[in-house]
Design a protein around this ligand. Structure first.
Ligand code: TLP
Length: 345
């Protein structure tokens, strides 16, 4: 039985071309700035995002953390969405290590922060208030079902933040999914941001890695913070080599993952009792079980039938499409989910 793993696009394995590039990578000590493959990856990332510079990190979590550390001081306040990855899944690193207050304001279901909410959240200059210094947006938005922020919205939110002297960070772990969905270059989506982080290890299939891009001063500070949190790597060119293949060859195919996610959502909607998110713009499908079925039992039962899903608490589940799942796999997963739910009713 083929296991169909829909927990996350992070489960994608490196391609043969990546493995060859890794084996043959020219390397050096990156802490000395001497790894030519890391340098090439950072240059390519900066060019693709139309920013001055970039730094390679081990993960999206580290990228977001050093982006916050390099743009705030202890006691500052950062404004993030209530569903933001930075808030939910990064172990509170920004507060624990950066000493910043995380001020959450509600995310709309399509991943935005209402401009009026944002305006109210920005602190006035008053002796009682912590200074608001950074706004974090997320594109695509994980907990909002792969929602996409468009250029117009980002410009409006960033414009407001900048007028109040906040900097703007975009957690673009899946920024290329957004770019492919909107048919715009990723650089357009980050042109109004001071910093962007994006991942190589999700839909782009590289085994490890993420990049932070921004102006040169900011990247110098971020690189220093990367070292502080133990992220200075040595012959990291073996990883960067896979990242170069990812950026050169794996972006356009994300459209296929988006088609498969829509197929999955359409199929799930036909299964009695399931409630499926209306909008599936990229590769993430959120759905809920009927109240009569226990989420804990369902997740065990469906995984014994060879379909892996991410529980999101209670009746809610997440399925993510990616390169290792074909449209035939989607059909198969749908029939297994259907059979599983019939057996549990
Ligand atoms: N998200 C993972 C889990 O942590 C939930 C996933 O499976 O989706 N920003 C966003 C928007 C993300 O979705 C993730 C990973 C990260 C940052 C962190 O990336 P990593 O896992 O490389 O630290």
């Amino acid at each position: 039985m083929k296991v169909i793993d829909l927990r996350s696009d992070t489960v994608t394995l490196p391609t043969d071309e990546m493995r060859r590039a890794m084996a043959e990578a020219e390397v050096g000590d990156d802490v000395y700035g001497e790894d030519p493959t890391v340098n090439a990856l950072e240059e390519l990332a900066a060019e693709m995002m139309q920013k001055e510079a970039a730094v390679f990190t081990v993960s999206g979590t580290m990228s977001n953390l050093i982006s916050v550390l390099a743009q705030t001081r202890r006691g500052d306040e950062i404004i993030v969405g209530s569903e933001a990855h930075v808030f939910w899944y990064e172990v509170g690193g920004a507060s624990a290590l950066g000493g910043v207050i995380v001020h959450t304001i509600p995310n709309t279901t399509d991943g935005r922060l209402e401009i009026e909410d944002l305006e109210k959240a920005i602190r006035s200059k008053n002796i009682h208030n912590p200074p608001s210094t950074l706004l974090c947006l997320e594109n695509t938005h994980n907990r909002c079902g792969g929602a996409v922020l468009d250029v117009k919205y980002i410009s409006a939110a960033a414009g407001l933040a900048h007028r109040h002297s906040l900097r703007v960070h975009i957690d673009g772990a899946r920024i290329f999914n957004a770019a492919v969905a909107l048919k715009v270059p990723a650089s357009e989506l980050v042109k109004d941001a001071d910093s962007v982080s994006f991942c190589l290890s999700k839909g782009l299939s590289a085994p490890v890695g993420s990049l932070v891009c921004g102006d040169r001063d900011f990247i110098d500070r971020a690189r220093k913070y990367r070292k502080m949190v133990g992220g200075g790597m040595r012959q990291a060119g073996v990883l960067a080599a896979a990242g170069l293949v990812a950026l050169r060859t794996m972006i356009d195919r994300l459209a296929e993952d988006h088609r498969n996610a829509r197929l999955l959502a359409e199929g799930l909607r036909l299964i009695p009792g399931l409630v499926v998110a209306d909008n599936v713009p990229t590769n993430i499908v959120l759905f809920s079980l009927p109240p009569a079925v226990s989420g804990d039992i369902f997740v065990k039962e469906i995984s014994s039938r060879g379909v892996k899903l991410s529980p999101r608490g209670g009746q809610q589940f997440r399925a993510v499409t990616h390169r290792m799942v074909t449209s035939d796999d989607i059909d198969e997963a749908l029939s297994r989910v259907d059979a599983c739910l019939r057996s549990l009713r």
